[in-house]
Design a protein around this ligand. Structure first.
Ligand SMILES: *Cc1c(COP(=O)(O)O)cnc(C)c1O
Length: 367
C-alpha cells in the first residue's frame, strides 16, 4: 500500500478550473470569488457577515485587535490547542491564561473557566478542537455572567454544531482556517464570522490598510494591515465548499470504520457528545500507559501510515515554558496527557474504507 499521509486535500479538476478562471481574468485580489466564498460561509454559519483574510491566525489577530485587547488584558485559552491560539494573544501584548481541557472531548473544561477569570479578563478564546464543538453554550453563559467577549477558534471546525447551532455563530466573532489540514482549503486562508455590523466594518478596514471607501474616495480610518485573501485562493475554497455535505458524509463513514475495527484495550477512541456532530478534521485517539507515543508514531510510519501527535500542551512548548515556567503536568494534567498520549490518524475524503481498515488493523497490533 502507498504511504498514507496524515492529511491530503481533495482538489478536483472543477476546483482547478475555477482557479484558472481567476488567473486568466487578471483580477487576482478581492475579485468575485472572495465575495462568493464569504456569502457561502455566512449561509453555513448562519451569521450576518463573513470576512475572508489571509490565514486562520490573521483572523484571530484581527478579532483581538478589533476588540481593543491590549497589554495588561487577559485572555482565557485552552491549554491544549495549536499554538496559534495563544500566540495571537502574545502578539497583541496581552496575557494568555490557560485552562485545562476535558480529556473526553479535548476541548476546554468549562467547569474550570470561572476560577481563571480576574478583573483583567477581556475575552475567552475557546477552541473547537479536531472538528468537535466545545460546550460553547456553557461558555456563553459564563461569558455573559462576567461581561466578557467570546472569540471562537473554529479553525478546525467548519460545520460543527451544538444542538444544531453552528460554531462561529455563538461568540462575538468566529475564526476559521482554510489551511490544507482543515476540511476545505484555499492553500492559506481564513474567515471571520460576525453578527455585529459595526465590528464587521472595522474588520474590513483593518484587513485592507484601514481603508474605508466613501463617496469621496478612500479614507484611511485606521492603521490597518494587509490581510486580504487573493481571489484564486477564494476560488479554490469556493469549489470545495459546494460539496461540503459530501465531504462530511464521507469522513463520517470513514470514522465509523475506525469505531468498528479498532479493538485495542490500550486505545481510547474519541467520545461523541449527544448534542454535537463531529466533522472529523482529525481522528484523535489516546493511548494508554502501556504504549509510548513516539514509538507508536514510528511504528505506524514504518507501515506507511502518517500518524503524528494531535496538538500542543501550549504552556509546555519552549517559548511559553521559558516565559511562564508553569508545571503543566500538575496545572493542566489533561492537556499534558493529550499532548503526550494523543495520536492523530488520517481521516479525509480521498481515503478509502480499505485504507482506514488497514490503519485500524495496525492500531490493533500495537502493544
Ligand atoms: C490551524 C489552526 C489555527 C491556525 O490557522 P492557520 O490558517 O494555519 O493560520 C489556529 N487555531 C487552531 C485551533 C488551528 O487548528
Amino acid at each position: 500500500m502507498n504511504f498514507i499521509p496524515l492529511a491530503s486535500p481533495d482538489i478536483r479538476e472543477s476546483d482547478i478550473a475555477l482557479v484558472n478562471e481567476v488567473l486568466r481574468s487578471g483580477m487576482l485580489v478581492q475579485g468575485k470569488y472572495v465575495g462568493a466564498l464569504e456569502k457561502e460561509f455566512s449561509n453555513i454559519i448562519k451569521c450576518k457577515e463573513s470576512i475572508a483574510v489571509s490565514n486562520g491566525t490573521a483572523t484571530l489577530h484581527l478579532a483581538l485587535k478589533v476588540l481593543g485587547i491590549k497589554p495588561g488584558d487577559e485572555v482565557i485559552v485552552p491549554a491544549f490547542s495549536y499554538v496559534a491560539t495563544a500566540n495571537v494573544v502574545e502578539i497583541i501584548g496581552a496575557t494568555p491564561v490557560f485552562v485545562d481541557i476535558d480529556l473526553a472531548t479535548f476541548n476546554i473544561d468549562v467547569s474550570k473557566i470561572e476560577a481563571a477569570i480576574t478583573p483583567a479578563t477581556k475575552a475567552i478564546l475557546p477552541v473547537h478542537e479536531f472538528g468537535l464543538a466545545c460546550d460553547i453554550e456553557s461558555v456563553m453563559v459564563i461569558a455573559k455572567k462576567y461581561g466578557i467577549h467570546v472569540i471562537e477558534d473554529a479553525a478546525c471546525a467548519l460545520g460543527a454544531m451544538q444542538n444544531g447551532k453552528p460554531v462561529g455563530s455563538y461568540g462575538v466573532m468566529g475564526s476559521f482556517s482554510l489551511h490544507p489540514r482543515k476540511s476545505i482549503t484555499s492553500g492559506e486562508g481564513g474567515i471571520i464570522s460576525v453578527n455585529d455590523i459595526t465590528i464587521a466594518k472595522k474588520l474590513k478596514q483593518l484587513r485592507n490598510h484601514g481603508i474605508e471607501m466613501t463617496d469621496d474616495g478612500m479614507v484611511f480610518e485606521e492603521a490597518g494591515f494587509n490581510y486580504r485573501m487573493t481571489d484564486f485562493q477564494a476560488a479554490l475554497a469556493y469549489g470545495q465548499i459546494q460539496r461540503l455535505t459530501e465531504i462530511f458524509d464521507k469522513k463520517r463513514r470513514l470514522a465509523e470504520v475506525y469505531y468498528n475495527v479498532i479493538k485495542n484495550s490500550e486505545v481510547i477512541l474519541p467520545f461523541l457528545p449527544e448534542d454535537r456532530n463531529h466533522t472529523w478534521q482529525t481522528f484523535h485517539i489516546l493511548i494508554g500507559e502501556g504504549l509510548h507515543q513516539l514509538d507508536v508514531i514510528n511504528k505506524l510510519r514504518k507501515v506507511g501510515i502518517g500518524a503524528n501527535y494531535g496538538a500542543q500542551c501550549i504552556p509546555d512548548v519552549k517559548y511559553y515554558a521559558e516565559k511562564y515556567n508553569y508545571n503543566s503536568a500538575v496545572l493542566y494534567p489533561n492537556a499534558y496527557t493529550a499532548y503526550t498520549k494523543g495520536i492523530a490518524l488520517p481521516c479525509y475524503e480521498k481515503l478509502t474504507k480499505e485504507q482506514i481498515k488497514y490503519i485500524s488493523i495496525n492500531i490493533n497490533s500495537l502493544c
